[in-house]
Design a protein around this ligand. Structure first.
Ligand SMILES: C[S@@+](CC[C@H](N)C(=O)[O-])C[C@H]1O[C@@H](n2cnc3c(N)ncnc32)[C@H](O)[C@@H]1O
Length: 543
């Protein structure tokens, strides 16, 4: 967990400035509409003003910048760029935007910018409150998982005239994060066409956060039909030589569920999307929650205290309370967690034991008592989850399931057959199969269709690790063939020894092949998965 006090002021302001060539490109795209009034909601040192002056001319510009020093620099830049009608407000944009939305008086023909990236918890209480109000004003579902850039875009779009253009550099997570769903839906409703320019590389040095360009044209009438969303993948800066209007018109745009949900589907070819639509309605392909149940693992509140290695168990004589557990990918390199794997982990000194004190009997034991005191010396008993229970060291909701699943994965998620009935902490989920056996579920889960649907449903952050939360797992597409005998031992060996791509290929043959899916359909799904996995890992596509 990161804490606000440890973050740099640059990070707390979300101040990563746009390279001049990209700002110029965005200004050039909005200039096609000859905008007379332009909004820059968070102008930093004013990089967009140069582009506005070059492409639009001396338009009226309303800008905001919360940092007074940067606002002054921006003002100078506007002047030297030749803009004479620029107003730079060195105050918060959200407060003004909320007022302007209520007044319904301010409207802009264009918006350009790059909104701040600041987590909701790091925003001052006043901005948190304003963010919530902006969502509500637009009838958008609000969540405290939001980030400053979301209400910035919502408000900017709300203040745009019908037929106007919004061009912004925005976090790449706009495509998939759950907390931006109401923004995606709002844009889908309000815009006649949406294009995301999606670069292979990171545009901002020193951040892990990818960025994309959002080109959004507002509908000329609220009743007209939108064309939907298109994605324009780019590598390097070559695309800047193409006219922005051409880039805006080139991608085939997609409507319907692609725009309504996560936009990740738009990254796939038309043929892959049609195949997915077709498979979704087959009787032998299920949504995960139709055939299994997923729940979070054990929440200890202090993993350092409750998850310990054999040596600590021995030292404090805690054997009576120690139970096998796993929770990290290095604990389970295959798809079976058994005695042998457990021994191997223990021999490497990994924290393979979960200490479960169901009552206060541990205090009667001298060494046990000293272990509890050790935890209290380190203030574990003051942690939220610990202090709300009595005794603080008695963890609730302790049970194991036949199947486990790690929250995060590098290539593709997999289910783990828990032959040892080991416990799992909150880095893993507890899964129960409701149709078929645990073996069948674990075996069938590894295939190209489920891997692709995990890329579509899941989320990833800087670093490229795929993460799935229970509601996303519940939506995964899972084939459940009844004709094949699941050889989990064979799959386990393959996962441990072969690259993920080859495992998926051979499993697809067995699992999807037994549903009658042709080799070319299997290849289509694998290629869709590879495309999204590579994008997540930032591996260049083969030219
Ligand atoms: C990502 S930077 C972009 C700056 C500039 N638009 C660019 O593209 O180079 C975001 C800017 O938003 C400013 N900012 C942060 N919170 C703000 C707020 N509530 N109102 C106005 N500006 C804000 C930051 O100080 C920072 O300069």
């Amino acid at each position: 967990m990161n804490f606000k006090k440890n973050e740099s002021s640059q990070k707390l302001r979300g101040a990563y400035y746009t390279p001049a060539d990209l700002a110029d490109f965005l200004a050039s795209w909005v200039s096609v509409k000859n905008p007379d009034r332009i909004l820059e909601p968070s102008c930093g040192d004013g990089v967009f003003f140069e582009g506005i002056a070059r492409h639009v001319g001396d338009a009226e510009v309303q800008a905001f910048e919360i940092d007074g020093v940067e606002a002054k620099k921006a003002y100078q830049r506007a002047k030297t760029s030749g803009l004479s009608n620029v107003r730079i407000n060195d105050k918060d944009f959200l407060g003004w935007a909320y007022w302007a939305m209520k007044q319904k008086s301010e409207r802009f023909a264009a918006v350009v910018g790059n909104p701040p990236f600041v987590r909701y918890q790091y925003l001052p209480p006043l901005f948190q409150d304003l963010a919530g109000r902006i969502f509500r004003e637009l009838d958008c579902k609000f969540t405290k998982h939001t980030n400053a850039w979301v209400p910035f875009i919502l408000a900017s779009m709300a203040l745009l005239k019908r037929g106007g253009r919004l061009a912004m550099v925005v976090p790449a997570e706009i495509i998939h994060v759950t907390h931006a769903q109401s923004l995606r839906s709002y844009l889908g409703c309000e815009c006649s066409r949406l294009i995301v320019v999606d670069p292979e590389e990171l545009w901002f040095e020193g951040t892990l956060q990818g960025a994309v360009i959002l080109l959004a044209e507002k509908k000329s009438s609220s009743r007209s039909r939108g064309e939907g969303l298109g994605i324009y993948p780019v590598r390097g800066r070559e695309f800047l030589k193409t006219a922005p209007e051409e880039i805006f018109r080139t991608p085939h745009s997609i409507n319907g569920k692609t725009v309504e949900g996560k936009w990740t589907r738009a990254l796939l070819n038309q043929s892959t999307r049609s195949l997915l639509d077709e498979l979704e309605y087959r009787d032998d392909v299920h949504r995960f929650d139709d055939i299994a149940e997923v729940n979070v693992g054990i929440v200890t509140g202090a993993n350092k205290f409750f998850l310990i290695d054999d040596e600590t168990v021995r030292h404090y004589k805690l054997k009576k309370w120690a139970h096998p557990m796993f929770g990290r990918s290095e604990h389970c390199p295959g798809v079976i967690y058994d005695e042998m794997q457990h021994e191997e982990n223990a021999a490497k000194g990994k924290p393979t034991n979960f200490v479960w004190f169901q009552d206060t009997s541990v205090e009667k034991n001298k060494l046990g008592q000293s272990y509890i005191e050790l935890g209290e010396d380190q203030d574990f008993h003051k942690r939220y989850k610990c202090r709300i229970r009595t005794p603080w060291y008695s963890v609730p909701s302790v049970y194991s399931t036949e199947i486990g699943m790690l929250k995060r994965s590098h290539d593709t998620p997999r289910l783990i057959l828990n032959r040892l009935n080991a416990f799992t902490t909150d880095t893993a989920y507890r899964v129960r199969s409701s149709v078929g056996t645990a073996e069948q579920l674990v075996y069938a889960f590894t295939n190209g269709l489920t891997a692709l649907s995990a890329e579509l449903e899941g989320r990833h952050y800087g670093g490229g690790v795929l993460e799935l939360v229970p509601s996303e797992i519940e939506r995964l597409l899972l084939p459940l063939p009844t004709k094949i005998k699941p050889d989990v031992g064979d799959l386990d060996k393959a996962v441990r020894t072969m690259p993920a791509e080859l495992v998926l290929e051979s499993q697809s043959k067995k699992v999807l092949g037994s549903l009658g899916l042709s080799n070319s359909d299997q290849a289509e799904l694998l290629s869709g998965w590879r495309k999204l996995r590579n994008r997540r890992h930032r591996v260049p596509e083969a030219a």
